[in-house]
Ligand binder design. Structure first.
Ligand code: 5GP
Length: 191
């Protein structure tokens, strides 16, 4: 391994239930030039369909189940999970790209994926859990964003309790009550 490949880098894992605002917060962090220069956000691979407002290759790489299974077979994924009946996975390539660019990695994954990454990278990984102060806020946010139908929203709300039970396993918890305050807190953790 060359010196460049050995350069220490960090993995920042961000998780939180649907509607917690984790995606908005991560996007806001990456809009800040100081963080953009330091962090590389992993674009996950998924079999879920593109949602309105999403762009292929920016939010996710959308692939068929057949393609996803071939990525698993080829050991191209750091971790993967089946969530809400769809596959989601982190490409291993992100580690190579981040090291080549001299950047840290920002991963937005579910609670189980976070555990896998944490186990694999040990102290190189820091995990941050984003949550809202009340469950009611989550369901209101999910209904407001109108990207899922009623059945999908119900599925996601059922999963919230399981996800919240994992929050104790995280290094840090950010309560997203006011977006500006949560963003400041997240930035301070990433610094
Ligand atoms: P959504 O469909 O709302 O974009 O994402 C559903 C869940 O999948 C979220 O909890 C999100 O963090 C998680 N997720 C997205 N990408 C990955 C991934 O690569 N691996 C894992 N384990 N979870 C992911």
């Amino acid at each position: 391994m060359s010196n460049e490949e050995c350069r220490p880098f960090r993995i920042w894992i961000v998780s939180g239930p649907s509607g917690s605002g984790k995606t908005t917060l991560c996007e806001a962090v990456l809009k800040d030039k100081a963080f953009k220069n330091r962090l590389l956000r992993s674009v996950s691979v998924t079999t879920r369909a593109l949602r309105p407002g999403e762009r292929e290759g920016r939010d996710y790489h959308h692939v068929s189940e057949r393609k996803f299974l071939s990525l698993i077979r080829r050991k191209a994924l750091l971790e993967y999970e089946n969530i809400f009946g769809f596959y989601y996975g982190t490409p291993k390539q992100i580690i190579v790209d981040a090291q080549a660019a001299g950047k840290d990695v920002l991963l937005c994954v579910d609670v189980k994926g976070a555990q896998t990454i944490r186990k694999f990278f040990g102290k190189k990984a820091t995990s941050i859990f984003i949550k809202t102060p009340h469950l009611k806020t989550l369901s209101e946010r999910l209904k407001k964003r109108c990207t899922e139908d009623k059945k999908e929203i119900e599925k996601r709300l059922k999963r919230v309790k399981i996800e919240l039970s994992y929050s104790k396993k995280y290094d840090h918890v950010v309560v997203n009550d006011h977006i500006d305050k949560a963003l400041e807190k997240l930035k301070s953790l990433l610094t």
